[in-house]
Design a protein around this ligand. Structure first.
Ligand code: PRP
Ligand code: HPA
Length: 176
């Protein structure tokens, strides 16, 4: 497993000073350009989910890069996939939760009634930075009466301590 994880790590490209000076941007799309490495990554994620003690009943993922992995995991588990999107993108009745950005705030939304009360939910994203996005996603899931079993992340920027904002267990493959 650690060899496979190192293979993935070696394919994540880093971009200094993107999108602004001082930020070292980790780009997941460089992994997706290599089908064999992308497939190893999906395989690790799906095997991890199969190994969880509680049965996952719904998979959610965050707009937009969480959508690269969430549906693949949901299909593998043969459970529904439910998107959590930035505001104004989802039709019908919605629930909203706001979160802080460096300047100002943003809002995430989920379709009301997309997940039944009491369901066990997995939340997927590509990257954990400050944890603002994931904690908003978890509050949405809580507000509709469901339960976040785990937040599953490909890359975690540990120095930002986003994990500390989250009540649910967090599992990340690559730590930076
Ligand atoms: C990035 C990333 C995570 C989030 C992490 O998404 O994909 O979702 O930021 O940051 P945080 O832990 O500080 O909240 P972004 O909002 O840039 O959206 P995108 O995937 O559409 O580019
Ligand atoms: N990479 C991708 N998305 C991000 C990053 C990063 O390094 N930091 C915050 N969002």
């Amino acid at each position: 497993l650690s060899e496979k994880i190192e293979l993935i790590r070696n394919h994540v490209q880093s971009f200094p000073d993107f999108p602004k000076p001082g930020v070292l941007f980790k780009d997941i799309f460089s992994v997706l350009r290599e089908p064999k490495v992308f497939s190893v990554l999906c395989d690790i994620l799906c095997k991890h989910v199969k190994s969880l003690p509680s049965k996952i009943e719904y998979v959610t993922a965050l707009d937009s890069r969480g959508f690269l992995f969430g549906p693949i995991i949901a299909l593998d588990q043969q459970v529904p996939f439910v998107p959590i999107r930035k505001k104004g993108k989802l039709p019908g009745d919605i629930c909203s939760a706001s979160y802080k950005l460096e300047y100002g705030e943003d809002t995430l939304e989920i379709q009301a009634n997309s997940i039944p009360k009491g369901a066990n939910v997995l939340v997927v994203d590509d990257l954990l930075a400050t944890g603002g996005s994931l904690s908003a996603a978890c509050s949405l899931i809580e507000s509709i009466g469901a339960k976040t079993v785990e937040c599953l992340i490909v890359m975690e920027l540990t120095s930002l301590k986003g994990r500390e904002k989250l009540k649910a267990p967090v599992h990340s493959l690559l730590k930076y």
